[in-house]
Design a protein around this ligand. Structure first.
Ligand code: SAH
Ligand code: SF4
Ligand code: F3S
Length: 439
């Protein structure tokens, strides 16, 4: 048998890219590739890229610059660019960095094996089409290899919301939901391979409306059916849009034991003026009322969010309204970003906030979030939580896992092995993790 060729994938951006990278590695497995962990030993390098902010997109070109050295030393090396930069910039990538062999957009991954063969014959190949078919069904079946205890599963992709700052509707295309039966099959397969926790992924995951045997299923219905799979212990989903948080999904948070008490629910801003300019289609008050309803269904739920500071025309008063909203909600964690101008999006043309102002606002917002995050973590001390153990810690005998609330929890030995779901008493709160003991 020919020696396996070596594939190195570097993944940027969101969890969906992590999932896509797994699927691409599996698909290229059919072409005789095995994954390796360093670019130096690879026969093919694939960068799975993110276009969400300018820095993320530019990183790709500096990375390609470094890869160029490898290719000069080994001309047989193939270099591919996948993901959202591939979609957004297409042929421009090969123009800026001519040693790139292959450019493939997120909706064309089913063509990757064929494209790799063409590239192997010396062709430059590019595909950034938006075909109608479900690309995942066209990809080869996932091999039966053992898996870690936690896995991602994409159920919905794309976005029809067109927030004024965001490239995702252009890079991922229109909202598409995968059929429920395919998702259930994939989930059962993951569980057979050792997975105990599945995070359902979508750019607007709660807008899910995939075909089921008896009409379209909502995300809540899908979760209830997934919960019937023996051996699957935990279900999560991300990312949700506030306007798609239906009553049935809120109810599921109160009724479905396997659905974990953690919800990422981005709001971006607390100012109605800015929310309107962002085209978010909801108000700050509407968001706060939604949070109340979610907490009524599941009082201990931990919320996280995304915030953009320095959106065009954001005043100090608008920013203050965001801080007020954060105070009112009390987040368990949050991600915050300085607004980044994205070519082709409506907000790019509007009056921009000065960089120094953005920096200052980001610092103030992050200080508040850090305080809330610490408070939420400290509040766990003395409590008993479920922990799914995933990997050994730094000290001998230690194991690290995720709590129901998605905190990292470290337990000293003798600790249970990876894949075990245990009840753990939280003993102490450290900056980035909790210390616990198994009960
Ligand atoms: N679908 C998700 C978010 C996808 S992008 C949602 O609707 O919330 C992830 C986060 O990146 C966004 O929530 C937003 O906070 C941030 N983001 C998107 N575009 C941005 C931009 N142009 N500048 C800064 N942050 C941005
Ligand atoms: Fe982007 Fe808005 Fe769609 Fe989220 S909902 S992916 S922020 S356009
Ligand atoms: Fe980035 Fe594309 Fe995800 S732009 S955040 S990789 S959907």
């Amino acid at each position: 048998m020919a020696e396996a060729r070596k594939l190195y994938i570097r993944t940027y951006g969101c969890q969906m890219n992590v999932y896509d990278s797994e699927r691409m590695a599996e698909a290229l497995g059919g072409n005789g590739y095995v994954e390796v962990s360093s670019p130096e030993e690879a026969d093919m390098i694939l960068l799975n890229t993110c276009h969400i902010r300018e820095k993320a997109a530019e990183k790709v070109y500096s990375e390609l610059g470094r890869m160029r050295e490898l290719k000069l030393a080994r001309p047989d090396l193939k270099i591919g660019v996948a993901g959202c930069v591939a979609q957004a910039e297409g042929a421009e990538i090969m123009r800026r960095q001519p040693m790139v062999d292959l450019v493939v957009g997120p909706q064309s991954y089913h063509r990757l094996p064929e494209m790799e063969r063409e590239a192997g014959q010396g062709a430059k190949v590019l595909d950034t089409d938006f075909p109608e078919e479900d690309k995942f069904e066209k990809l080869e079946a996932r091999p039966k290899a053992k898996r870690g205890p936690a896995a991602f599963l994409t159920v919905q992709e794309g976005c029809d919301k067109f927030c004024a700052f965001c490239v995702v509707p252009y890079t991922r295309g229109a909202e598409v939901s995968r059929p429920a039966s395919r998702i259930l099959d994939e989930a059962r397969d993951l569980v057979d391979r050792g997975v105990r926790e599945i995070t359902l992924l979508g750019q607007n995951v709660n807008a899910y409306h995939g075909a089921g045997p008896d009409g379209d299923w909502s995300l809540a219905r899908l979760i209830r059916e997934l919960a019937r799979i023996d051996g699957l212990a935990r279900i999560r989903f991300t990312t949700s849009h506030p306007n798609d948080m239906g009553d049935d999904l809120i109810a599921a948070h109160g009724e479905c034991d396997k659905l974990m008490p953690y919800l990422h629910l981005p709001v971006q801003s607390g100012s109605d003026r800015i929310l309107k300019r962002m085209n978010r289609q909801h108000t700050a008050e509407g968001y706060l009322r939604l949070v109340e309803r979610i907490r009524a269904a599941r009082p201990d739920i931990l919320l996280s969010g995304d915030f953009i500071v320095g959106f065009p025309e954001e005043t100090e008063a608008d920013f203050q309204a965001t801080l007020d909203l954060i105070e009112a909600v009390g987040y368990g964690s949050a991600f915050s970003f300085k607004y980044s101008t994205r070519p082709g999006t409506p907000a790019a043309e509007r009056p921009q906030v000065a960089e120094a102002e953005k920096d200052e606002r980001l610092q103030r917002l992050q200080a508040l979030i850090t305080r809330q995050q610490r408070a939420a973590q400290d509040g766990m001390v003395g409590r008993e939580v479920g922990v799914l153990f995933e990997k050994p810690g730094r000290m001998p005998g230690q194991m690290i896992g995720k709590s129901d609330y998605l905190h990292s929890v470290v337990v000293d030995g003798p600790a249970p092995e990876a894949g075990t779901l245990s009840r753990v008493r939280i003993l102490a709160s450290h900056p980035n993790s909790l210390l616990g003991e198994c009960i």
